[in-house]
Design a protein around this ligand. Structure first.
Ligand code: UD1
Length: 313
């Protein structure tokens, strides 16, 4: 039986990973400083996990959390582009300093592998689509720089210390439990909850920007695969995790309007600083080395997510 440490366990991706690891018979330990995560996300599994409310920047707590662990899923982050534009120092501490602390602790505890939540934001505005992992990164926002630095640290810890790491570049993950309440929340969580409450959503820019929206179950599957794939194929490497379909925001709004039955229109506001225009993944590497293929497509993901918010808001 494997022991997993999940950082950011109270977030929507971390808590989904916790459920999946438990379902596989794993032991689950989690760290979260509850800066964006919520303990409610863990309510029905809290008694079955070793939950620690602690910050990765507290090195002693991080060392302690890594003891006896086989696999680490590193999901903890401040995941917002605009927040990083407003507060680059805070973003760097949460996304870079915390990651280095975790790597040092994981190395010292001799964990088998660290799987890292990297970001497609690393590609920035390079014009070529779809994005392949061998393309040069071109980060725009401080957030994107921090997430890319985390990848480099992952690879460096593999090369220098032999700690196996796998970086998964997530493309706009969405699904149940994603926090819709902050101005920095992901666009789907915000739009769905606003439209369910009869409020008008806002598109920043002209709505032609597109994203490769990815349902959370796909990313959970990718993480479990990343633990089991042969080291020779994955250690120290970076993989896109996405749906491999690009939808623009105007289209996204129309799809939501139809499923939700929202009668109104969307409003438009100025484009956000640091925003990427288009995003679409090439999944060749993930398929070849992780056996990853998206199991849940965009529409089905939307339906499941809307259903969840209907029952839980
Ligand atoms: C998102 C993730 C980031 C991840 C990245 C991977 C969040 C909060 N951000 O960044 O962690 O690393 O994908 O690619 O989950 N928008 C609106 N109206 C709104 C909110 C947003 O029009 O009310 C627009 C934004 O300007 C942007 C698009 O929707 O063009 C997506 O924004 P957002 O959901 O914040 O995600 P990303 O910035 O793409």
């Amino acid at each position: 039986m494997s022991t997993y440490l999940i950082t950011g366990i109270a977030g929507f991706i971390g808590s989904s990973l916790a459920r999946a690891a438990l379902a596989q018979g794993g032991q689950v330990r989690g760290m979260d400083n509850l800066s964006t995560g919520k303990k409610e996300n863990l309510s029905e599994i809290l008694s079955r996990i070793d939950f620690r409310q602690a910050d990765l920047l507290a090195l002693a707590a991080t060392h302690d959390a890594c003891r006896g662990v086989d696999y680490v899923f590193h999901e903890a982050a401040i995941p917002s582009v605009p927040k990083s534009v407003l507060d680059p120092l805070g973003s760097n501490q949460a996304n870079v300093d915390a990651t280095v602390n975790l790597l040092v602790a994981a190395r010292d505890a001799k964990v088998k592998r660290v799987v890292y939540a990297a970001s497609s934001a690393a590609y920035g505005d390079t014009p070529t689509l779809p994005k392949r992992e061998d393309m040069p990164p071109n980060p725009i926002s401080p957030y994107a720089v921090g997430k890319l630095a985390g990848e480099y640290y992952m690879t460096s810890f593999y090369r220098c210390y032999g700690l196996e790491t796998v970086s998964l570049r997530y493309f706009n993950i969405f699904g149940p439990r994603q926090d819709p309440t902050s101005p920095y929340s992901g666009v789907l969580a915000k739009f769905i909850t606003q439209m369910l409450q009869g409020e008008q959503p806002t598109i920043f820019g002209d709505g032609a920007q597109s994203r490769d929206f990815t349902y959370v179950d796909n990313v959970v599957d990718a993480n479990l695969r990343a633990c089991q794939a042969p080291a020779a194929e994955v250690a120290g490497k970076v993989f896109n995790i996405a749906t491999a379909r690009r939808v623009d925001l105007n289209e996204t709004f129309r799809a939501l309007k139809k499923i939700i039955g929202y009668p109104g229109d969307v409003k438009y506001a100025p484009e956000r600083a640091g925003d990427v225009k288009h995003s679409l993944a090439d999944l060749t590497q993930a398929e070849k080395h992780l056996g990853y293929r998206p199991k849940v497509d965009f529409e089905e993901g939307l339906r499941r997510t809307i259903e969840w918010y209907r029952g839980n808001s």
